[in-house]
Write a protein that binds this ligand. Sequence first.
Ligand code: ZN
Length: 345
Amino acid sequence: MLTIYSQDHRYQDARFELIDGKLLPPFENPRRAEMVLAQVQQAKLGAVLPAQEYGLEPILRVHDPGYVAFLQTAWSEWLAAHGDYDALPLNWATRTMRHDRVPETIDGKLSYYSFDAGTPITAGTWRAITAAVNVALTAQQQMQQGARSAFALCRPPGHHAARDFYGGYCFFNNAAVATEAFRKAGAARVAILDVDYHHGNGTQAIFYGRSDVFFLSLHGHPSQEYPYFLGYEDEVGVGAGEGYNRNYPLRWGTDWASYQTAFADAIQHIQAYGPDVVVVSLGVDTFEQDPISKFRFKREDYCKIGEGIASLARPTLFVMEGGYAVEEIGTNVVNVLMGFENSKK
Ligand SMILES: [Zn+2]
């Protein structure tokens, strides 16, 4: 399997993130992607190719122009206002407050376009997030040219980012941008399977009203787990999209034995849908040693995820999302990809 990688992910390298009441070195850091790349190379998964440039047009097919413009200038505006510190929002519009006015100042805009304080904007953020999209689009292009599968080693991740907001370490929704590129290139139906520990709230929101993209997510139950405000079972899509969104919220402590029924059900629904392409939002923060998550996957369980996806026998694009047990992240990701490779039909 081809892997697409860009060193520019290193430009997203924040000093701190706010978590558990502490300012800690970010869990989402450059070492993650480097550990995954090292394991891809060691396991001889296949060629590693650089990303091509695609410009803003494919991003604007998913994201709001005002949001994209905000991200492009956020750092310089923040730097002018506050100096060389990571840019973080401080408050949000909750119930009874207005959502229809974009503030003029950088602090107001950060609040308007975000949903958490765990996602710092830095001097290099724009460069890193556009590179991550280019990684996903290059992988998509390789598949368009005949590759049956590919691994987009995106960093920062994307599945929490919606049309006009960021959060959960995510700015542009790499999987959604690649999905739209597949649609534009002629795929009639795309299924997105999100196996990251956290609900893919951004991806769900982007495709919620559509039947041409079927979104399925298995994740920590929103009554217990971030991002809390989306990811319940009764979110099934709306309008033309009704029936094309499936959530499998699972309780803290879920291990493979208690995950596999939901996973098999998701695979069965994807097969029944008959997609031209499967896009996998691949997070491995379901791992038992993950520092911010509460599932109990073991290394070998990741092979079974890859095998289950291979059983679909569809062109498959894997897009890197979360996973914060840095020492093990590469092993777990490669176990998914090798499990897929070794059992594909
Ligand atoms: Zn996650």
